[in-house]
Design a protein around this ligand. Structure first.
Ligand SMILES: *Cc1c(COP(=O)(O)O)cnc(C)c1O
Length: 321
């Protein structure tokens, strides 16, 4: 299935009663700092705490009665797992999340609380993914991956339609980047409808699979390293179908930020914007602070996407004080 603009509008209709139209707020501090209007789009306020609910809700909405009855499966333990569990339960279906023995207890508890049925097996993410594929084949569950899936991408891309409605004069949109479902979908919509808007991806220096893949001209495996932006970890898949091409074709630039900048950004967002966000959500603010977005500040209003708030609160406390 190809990514088409009509499917993004369809996704917007399908998810409209189930996800939040998120507020876009002017940051006075960042606007003054850069002498240009800087807005924050608060996807962190979605139920389940991240934008991933858009893609998961749209993917579930596209299932037929038989598929809904059988349920969905994924191997993602982070924001996608939470979102899929919530979306499936909301639709009267069920979500199985496959995970390894290594997944920390707080994540396991969060998934269970979101209504996920857990399959704990093996000691690696690869094991978990294999288990998910087995369940798809044996029990007919629909496998919904976290980013490389047309319906997931269409769901995330609805953010771009909202931005165009909320602030048509937007000049630059800055998007946290991991597997590229979010950036690929948003960049596709903006470059199709309003091609003059700059679309920038930001990711962490430690283990940035898409950035490395873009440089190499093909999907590339990178070593995973610990990062405060844990939701941005993981590969893009050597058999990547959609997101690599979308990001390569439609994104203007990708920027890397270091761990110290991420820490400062989480702190800034708490102290000045009064918001709790996770590391992955803070990378746009980090890039702005570092001056890495300076070439875009004269273009006009800039939007930074705050993608999620699911940070361990002990960790958050240690960062802000
Ligand atoms: C998943 C995620 C991202 C990145 O989305 P991709 O589609 O994988 O690029 C960014 N921020 C948060 C909070 C996420 O959960």
């Amino acid at each position: 299935m190809a990514i088409e603009i009509k499917n993004i509008f369809k996704a917007k209709q399908q998810i409209k009663d189930k996800v939040l139209v998120t507020p876009m707020v002017l940051s006075h501090v960042l606007s003054r700092l850069k002498n240009t209007p800087v807005y924050l789009k608060l996807e962190s306020l979605q139920p389940t705490g991240s934008f991933k609910l858009r893609g998961a809700t749209n993917a579930v909405a596209n299932l037929n009665t038989e598929q809904l009855h059988l349920g969905v499966v994924t191997a993602s333990t982070g924001n996608h797992g939470l979102a899929l569990a919530y979306a499936a339960n909301n639709a009267g279906s069920k979500a199985v999340v496959c995970l390894s023995n290594l997944v920390p207890k707080n994540k396991v508890d969060a998934l269970r609380n979101a209504g996920a049925i857990l399959e704990i097996e093996g000691d690696s993410q690869d094991h978990a993914l294999q288990k998910a594929k087995n369940l798809m084949q044996q029990q007919g569950l629909s496998l919904i991956p976290p980013f490389d899936h047309a319906d997931v991408i269409a769901g995330q891309a609805t953010i771009a339609l909202e931005i165009l409605e909320q602030l048509p004069e937007t000049a630059t949109v800055v998007v946290p980047l991991s597997g590229g479902g979010l950036l690929g979908g948003i960049a596709f919509v903006l470059k199709t409808i309003a091609p003059s808007i700059n679309v920038i991806g930001v990711t962490m220096e430690n283990g940035c699979a898409m950035h490395t893949s873009l440089i190499n001209g093909k999907p590339t495996v990178v070593t995973e390293v610990a990062t405060l932006a844990d939701s941005l970890g993981g590969g893009i898949g050597l058999d990547n179908q959609y997101t690599f091409d979308l990001v390569r074709k439609y994104c203007d630039k990708t920027i890397l930020v270091g761990e110290d900048s991420i820490k400062k950004a989480i702190k800034h967002i708490y102290q000045h914007e009064r918001l709790v966000v996770e590391g992955a959500a803070s990378v746009g603010v980090a890039a702005l602070y570092e001056g890495a977005l300076d070439e875009y500040i004269n273009c006009g209003p800039m939007i930074l996407l705050l993608t999620g708030q699911n940070i361990d609160m002990e960790l958050h406390r240690s960062i802000i004080c």
